[in-house]
Design a protein. Structure first.
Length: 180
């Protein structure tokens, strides 16, 4: 089945394209703006967006809402991740964590999908911690996130990100659901 990923984020699209290819799911991209609701739940944001877009997209499609949740900051920036990144960037996050004991954090990805008949929400998570300084490239918070079991940030080790990211986990579930 050909699926459309509705997103304005080309980084997310490229990751999804590569991952889903492994599951023989081919995707196309459509950039339709979706007014995001304010909520602390990625699942709720993604599902609301899917339902709003159903009026505009007449083929099987999915949307994704994701974020970085930092334990010592009570889950901040969470669903505000995109906005916070634009405002204070990785440097600002490192500053907020300067005096904190714990640097534990996780990324969450929530996909809401419509296959032409059914709709479904699928989530993926990756645990890790925030590095002491910026390391590597990647997009968004990639240069400050170290997944559990590694000593490199997502920005330094693209292969590890490809294999274990929150997006990989939600997309795998999407591919399984589509195949049913
Ligand atoms: P949204 O899903 O469009 O609301 O944006 C989520 C934001 O979280 C992105 O703009 C990034 O700042 C951040 N984010 C989500 N996934 C990743 C990732 O895989 N790497 C780095 N940052 C991410």
């Amino acid at each position: 089945m050909k699926l459309t990923f509705v997103t304005g984020n080309t980084h997310k699209f490229r990751e999804a394209e590569r991952i889903l290819k492994e599951y023989n799911v081919i995707i196309g991209r459509k950039d339709v703006n979706c007014e995001e609701i304010r909520s602390e739940s990625c699942e709720e944001i993604a599902l609301t967006c899917l339902r709003l877009l159903r009026r505009k997209v007449n083929k099987p499609f999915f949307v994704e809402d994701s974020g970085l949740f930092i334990n010592a900051l009570n889950g901040f920036p969470g669903t505000l991740s995109s906005w916070v990144f634009k405002k204070i960037g990785n440097g600002g996050i490192l500053e907020l964590l300067r005096e904190k004991q714990s640097r534990d954090a996780y990324f969450l990805s929530a996909i809401a999908a419509w296959d032409g008949g059914r709709e479904k929400v699928l989530t993926g998570k990756v645990d890790g911690h925030i590095s002491l300084e910026l390391r590597g490239k990647g997009f968004g918070y990639d240069p400050i996130f170290i997944p559990a079991g590694s000593d490199k940030t997502f920005g330094e080790d693209e292969k590890v990100k490809f294999l274990c990211s929150h997006r990989r986990n939600s997309l795998r579930k999407l591919a399984e659901w589509i195949g049913r």
